[in-house]
Design a binder for this molecule. Sequence first.
Ligand SMILES: [Fe+2]
Ligand SMILES: [Fe+2]
Length: 196
Amino acid sequence: MWNEKQMLNYLYENLKENKIKHSLSVSETAVALAERYGANIDKARISGLIHDCAKGMKDEELIKAAIDYGIQLDEVYINNPSILHGLVASIIAKDVMGIEDEDMLMAIRYHTTGRKDMSVLEKVIYIADYIEPLRAFDGVEELRSLSNIELDLAVVKSLENAIKYVISQNGLLHTDTIIARNYLLSKNSRWEYEKW
Ligand SMILES: [Fe+2]
Ligand SMILES: [Fe+2]
C-alpha cells in the first residue's frame, strides 16, 4: 500500500488546489469524528484524504473507468457522470494505491450517494465530506452540531439536504441515497428525528 506522502503527491498531480484543501480538511474532520464514534482513526484519515482522488477526471474518463471495471451504468450515472467519482476513487485506491481494506474502499466508493446499512467509517467519511470547515451552506452549523451528538441523524439530515438539492436542480436521484435515508430513518425513533 502507498504511504500517505505518495497519496498526497497523487492529489497534487491530479486535483486543483481547492480540492486538495478540501481533501485535507475532510481527512482532519474524519479523524475527529472517528475518535468520537469509535471508528479506526488511520482508516478515517486515509479514506478522507483520498475520497475525491478521481474528482479531477472528465466525465468520459469516469464513464470509461466504470465500464472497464464492469459497472452497469444506469440512467442516473449517464445523466450525471460526476457521481461516479466515488466509485472510480475506490478503484484507484485499490488498483493504484494498493488499499485492500474493504471498509475503506466502501467509505470512498459511497461517499457521494451513501448506501443502505453504512458502517461507522462510511458514515464518518460521508459526514466529514459534508461538514468539513471549508463547507459553507445554509444549515451547515446545525449539521456540525448534530454530527457531534448523533451520527445517524446527522447522516439522515445530510442525505435529505442532498436529495433536496438534487431535486432543486431538476437532477436524477440515485436510489442508493433514498435507500440509505429510509434505512437509517426506520432504525431511529420518530421522537429523536423530530427533535431536530
Ligand atoms: Fe466527492
Ligand atoms: Fe469531497
